[in-house]
Design a binder for this molecule. Sequence first.
Ligand SMILES: NC(=O)c1ccc[n+]([C@@H]2O[C@H](COP(=O)([O-])OP(=O)(O)OC[C@H]3O[C@@H](n4cnc5c(N)ncnc54)[C@H](OP(=O)(O)O)[C@@H]3O)[C@@H](O)[C@H]2O)c1
Length: 301
Amino acid sequence: MPLYGEMQIENSDGVEERFVQTFSGEVFVIGAGAMAEAFVKGVLEKRAITADRLVVTGRALGGRAAALGERYGVRVAGMEAAASARLVFLAVKPADVAEALAQVRPHLNGQPLVSFAAGVTMGWMAEIIEHRSPVVRTMPNIPVGVQEGVTAISFPEGGLEERDRRDILFLLEQLGEVVEIPERLMNAATAFSGSGPGFVCYFLEAMEQAAIRLGFDPLLARALLLQTVVGTARTLREWGLAPDELRRRVTSPGGTTQAGVAVMEDGRLREIVDAALQAAARRSEEMGQAYAVAGESAARE
Ligand SMILES: NC(=O)c1ccc[n+]([C@@H]2O[C@H](COP(=O)([O-])OP(=O)(O)OC[C@H]3O[C@@H](n4cnc5c(N)ncnc54)[C@H](OP(=O)(O)O)[C@@H]3O)[C@@H](O)[C@H]2O)c1
């Protein structure tokens, strides 16, 4: 059965503009919170799937699930809807994973289950669903909400067909970059790209406050901050430069950038950043272990 159909987009004059691929199977999303919404919004805006093929569920069918259904025109249904889905996405908090998996377990029949949950291992999830479906683990970050995210993905060693793998990548690529990594690097990915937006924002907060102290009006400081960040990221990407190369290009001997970087070097900013990422990765590992212990009793109940 073909997995993608061609969808013709027409402009207001009825003239064909382009063809895009759409996913032709049904996709079931467990959870109706921030991550589920980012996924639904992203795949619909990119026209990677039509709304009638997306089904969401929450802890209850009213509340956030119903709101998501109304906002995006997707169906809202109970766990039994997983049975006819080609793919199942799991977007509940790590602490709720065991309960949600125990509920969906009877409706799984080999369709891949793709988890967005931080810290929860593939092996542990596979055991809870009694190996009824292959489990794929991902770690997205917040910019998936504007389709500029990074999603780290780990596939299981066996049990996943090539077409499943292609389908999962096709949908996730609508949300930004997707990078495949071995599962042992998931805690590192959580610390780096997962927590990365938080770390960048911490640095940006400091830049913004410093700009205000230099005399800028807060609104102007914010505007300059955002354009400086977006412009720097685009320059790195479009010119194909490493950060240190671009830094050297803008640093003249005895100039302003050099004066500022010297203060950062004296303050050992690199060592602080290194320690911050190490701490975040350790925390990810600890949290995964804690959820596994808490979840085991929930899954048995
Ligand atoms: N938000 C992000 O940017 C982000 C980034 C990376 C990874 N993640 C991962 O994505 C997952 C979801 O995070 P979130 O921020 O979207 O959480 P959230 O906003 O709290 O949403 C969680 C959703 O899960 C639903 N839920 C809980 N237990 C359920 C069950 N047993 N059956 C069905 N639905 C259930 C809740 O239902 P109700 O609405 O009915 O309460 C809620 O809609 C987490 O594991 C997190 O690690 C999120």
